[in-house]
Structures are given as C-alpha cells and as structure tokens.
Design a protein around this ligand. Structure first.
Ligand code: NAD
Length: 479
C-alpha cells in the first residue's frame, strides 16, 4: 500500500506517526497510509515557510503565474482521477468529486490570471511636492487549517490566492481527507514551486493545528471548520495579535413561496439539503414553506427523495453517498432522535441506517415536517442529510424565520415574484443569497462567506481574497 509523507522545506518527510485513510463507502478499503505530523514537524514547516517568504514575495509575477497555471492544467487533466480519490476518501458521489476537482482547477486558473493583474494606486498628496503610493504586500507565512467536507476545493481556495499574492504556506488538512491536499502539494511541487513556499503537515488538529496557532512566526491564519474550533482559533490568534479568517457553520434557510415553480422549488430543496450527503456548510437545512404550497411541496419532495439512490459514492447511479465517518453518523442519528422527540415534529421520510453491499456509513436522508424554529433541529447545525420543513403563513413570516438564526452563510428563496425576490435579496441576513437556486453551489471567482456566527474576518475567493492575503502599505515621498 502507498505511503504519503509530509512536505517540509521541499522534502517529502515521514511523520513520527502514520494513519490509514479509510473509504466511508467501504470501510474495508484503505486508500493509503498518510503521515501524522507532530509539533516539531509543524514548527520545522513554519521555519521553512518563514525562510522562503522574502524570496517568494519578490518572485516575478510571471513565474508565479506560470506555476499556478501549470497546477490548474494538471488538475483539469486529472479531474477524473482526483474526483475519484475525493469520492473514495470523503464519500461524495463521483460526479460531485469530479466537479469539485474541476472547481479547484478553476480557482488556480483564476489566481494565475490575478498574478498578472496585481496593482497599486498613485494618489496626489495634499502637501506640495509629495507623492503617495498605495500598494498591497503579502502577509508572510499563512497557516491554513481545513475541514473534511471539501477536501480539494477548500485547500485550493486558500492556497491559490496565498501564492498569487506572494505568501508562503503551512497547511494542515482535516485528518479524514489527507489525500486531496497531498495531491495538491505534489502537483504544486512538480509545477516548480520553490522549496519551503508550500509546506504540508498532515495530522491532528490538537497537535499540528495547535502548533500552527501557537507559533509566533505565523503571520495570518485562515480556518474553515466548526464554530467551536473556529472560536478557539480566533482566541489563539488574538493572543498573537494576528490576522485571522474563519469560515464556519450554517443553518441555511430556503424559503418557498406559494407562487414558486414547484419543480424548481423541489429541485432546489433536494439538491441543497441532501446532495453531498447534506455535508455542506451552505446546505439548505431549513425549508420554510408558505401555507398555499406546503402540502404539494412536501409530497413532491418526498416523491423525489424516494427516487434517489443512497449507495457507494463511486457506483454508477448513486445520488447520495455515505456519511463521512462513524462519528458524524452518530451525530446525525442522534439529531434524528432529538427531532423525533420534539413536540409536534414529524419524521415524514427517511432517517434509517441503510445496509449496502459493502460496509459503509449509509443513511437514508431524513425530512422532518411540522417543525418550529425554536426546536434544536432548527437551531443547531447537524451537518448531515437531515432537513426540516417549517410551515409559515406568508412572505413576512418566512423572512423573519429565515433570519431568526445565529448563522448567516447562505439564504435562498423560490418565487416567481420580482417584488419578493428583490426584497429578499436586500433583507436576508446572509453573506450569499440565492433566488430560484439551491443555497449550496457557488461560483469560484466571486466572494464567498457569511455573517453573524458563520464567518469572521474578510471574505474568501475572487478578488476579495486580497483583503486577507495582503496588507496595505501607504508610501509618501518628497518628489
Ligand atoms: P472541525 O472544526 O472539527 O475541524 C476543522 C479543522 O480544524 C480540522 O483540520 C481539524 O483537525 C482542525 N482542528 C480541530 N481542533 C483544532 C485545534 N484545537 N487547533 C487547531 N486546529 C484544530 O470541523 P470539520 O468537522 O472538519 O468540518 C465541518 C465544519 O466545517 C462544519 O461546521 C461546516 O459547516 C464547516 N464548514 C464551513 C465552511 C464555510 O466556508 N463556511 C465550508 C466547509 C465546512
């Protein structure tokens, strides 16, 4: 079986520990043996990133462009293979895995272009004979801590802008999905990235992640993951007065109004709530439906769920793959039990563990109806294929319920009314708003992120990524 090492200062370096990467569709299938780093390796990686930083910051933008472009080209060329690895280690369907790999390619492609568009401003001073230049400079060493649910897209959308704007990197991917991050590090090394510019240290959050957070030599930290870990990351960064960016959970509402196109509404709900096994921060976990369409919507949604196949992520015809691991499956089952116990709520479909040809973490998508917004299943992020329906009387109540949450990542509405669509876009308390589209599924070249408890710090992706990966300098000169 193949063994995969950490990348430190340009050298593939075995870890003090090793862990098996297991396929959630078939727990007998071990994908590979991956290094488990420790604090010493994390610190060596940080030292390598620090040493490489001055030279990478000055590296010609055409060289940076060429490296990112070459990485994009290889990712596009290997999208099927990388998508298969992703489906095998995370449990997304093959089509979803290939789509995500393609998206990683698009992100590298976008930031390859951005390397050639870096610019500053020259502005007149109010003082005679003085010139002012405003420029953006790299932050230095960026620590990256990523979650398991987008194993290639999230590392890509942190690595590509960091490199574009001249930073060096220490990345720690989630323990459950080291394979895709390892593949990216390998691609970038072979694309010509100088030693030490990107360092990969796989391992535990409590060990490698903590070492990154504790180092005075890390200039900025970008984190995607749960709210609980995110708060801890923020506190540690505050101790060091260090720039931090957090992308965390969601409890995203999808409003369905009486005048919605029923087919579009059901597609948006089923895709948004259950595809990728509901394991998306942008998943539509609360379906807020007005009275006039409620019963038809529930009936059509259940009919659609009945037609979906839950099976091995890489099997032809599978619509929904397994839950990522035993722990997440326990969490999902536990919330389904909590939902069953909530006064009034009805488990209208699913929620059963499923057996398939191979041992895996299969769960039938669960739909609760007749729920109210104060129930735990409507307040807490479950992060699995579990969604609720909330019955409301009109648009005003729908909007109030949609906004009544501590999260604010993505918010959607299905309606044919221009008036309500426009009002919702202006008044939804979320970083991203979708009209007649699923709450999940975003473009790679525009800002991504939320508000309230979902995000903290500057946005990711697109040109807005510069806010986090650069610091602004204002230079005055007597001409
Ligand atoms: P998690 O918080 O458990 O782990 C995220 C990362 O933090 C992992 O790499 C983990 O090893 C690391 N970590 C854990 N403890 C740490 C510590 N003490 N110090 C440093 N690092 C530590 O989250 P997860 O279960 O991997 O991911 C699921 C969560 O991610 C969900 O809440 C989901 O909503 C969120 N998510 C958010 C977005 C977004 O952009 N808003 C995108 C994807 C996932």
């Amino acid at each position: 079986m193949d063994t995969f090492s950490n990348l430190i200062g340009g050298e593939w370096t075995e870890g003090p520990g090793i862990t098996e990467n297991i396929n959630p569709s078939n727990t007998d299938d071990v994908i590979g043996r991956y290094a488990q780093g420790d604090a010493a390796q994390a610190n060596a990686a940080i030292a390598a990133a620090k040493a490489a930083a001055p030279s990478w910051a000055r590296t010609n933008v055409m060289v940076r462009h060429n490296i990112l472009k070459a990485a994009a080209a290889e990712i596009f060329a290997r999208a099927k293979e990388l998508g298969d690895l992703l489906a095998r280690e995370e449990g997304k369907t093959l089509a979803e895995g290939i789509g995500e790999a393609g998206r990683a390619g698009q992100i590298f492609d976008f930031f390859a272009g951005e390397c050639l568009r870096l610019a500053g401003e020259k502005v007149p001073s109010i003082r005679p004979g003085v010139e002012i230049e405003i420029t953006r400079e790299p932050m230095g060493v960026v620590g990256m801590i990523t979650p398991w649910n987008f194993p290639i897209a999230i590392p890509a959308w942190k690595i590509a802008p960091a490199l574009c704007y001249g930073n060096t990197i220490v990345i720690k991917p989630a323990e459950l999905v080291p394979g895709c991050a390892w593949a990216l590090a390998d691609i970038l090394k072979r694309a010509g990235l100088p030693d030490g510019v990107l360092n990969l240290v796989m391992g535990k959050g409590s060990v490698v992640g903590e070492a990154i957070l504790s180092s005075p030599d890390v200039d900025a930290v970008t984190f995607t993951g749960s709210v609980a870990t995110g708060k801890h990351v923020a506190m540690k960064c505050a101790e060091h007065m260090r720039k931090v960016q957090l992308e965390m959970g969601g409890k995203n509402p999808l409003v369905i109004l009486d005048d919605a196109d029923l087919d579009i509404a059901v597609d948006c709900a089923v895709n948004g709530a259950f595809f990728s096994t509901g394991q998306r921060c942008t998943a539509s976990s609360r379906l807020i439906v007005t009275e006039g369409i409620h019963d038809r919507f529930v009936e059509a949604t259940i009919a659609k769920l009945q037609s979906l196949s839950v099976d091995d992520a890489r099997k032809d015809g599978t619509h929904i793959g397994p839950v990522v691991d035993a722990k997440q499956l326990d969490t999902d089952m536990n919330y389904i039990e909590i939902g069953r116990g909530e006064d009034g709520a009805r488990l209208a479909w699913g929620g059963e563990r499923l057996n398939r040809a191979t041992p895996g973490f299969y769960l039938q998508p669960a739909l609760f109806t007749e729920t109210s917004n104060d129930m735990r299943i409507n307040r807490e992020e479950i992060f699995g294929p579990v969604a609720t329906v909330l019955r409301v009387k009109d648009y005003d109540e729908a909007l109030a319920v949609a906004n009544d949450t501590r999260f604010g990542l993505s918010s959607g509405i299905c309606t044919t009314s221009l008036k309500y669509a426009s009002h919702f876009k202006r008044n939804a308390e979320a970083g991203m708003v979708m009209v007649n589209l699923p709450t999940a599924g975003v473009d790679p070249h525009v800002p991504f992120g939320g508000r309230k408890g979902s995000s903290y710090g500057p946005r990711e992706q697109g040109r807005y990524a510069a806010e986090f990966y650069t610091t602004v300098k204002t230079a005055y000169q007597l001409a």
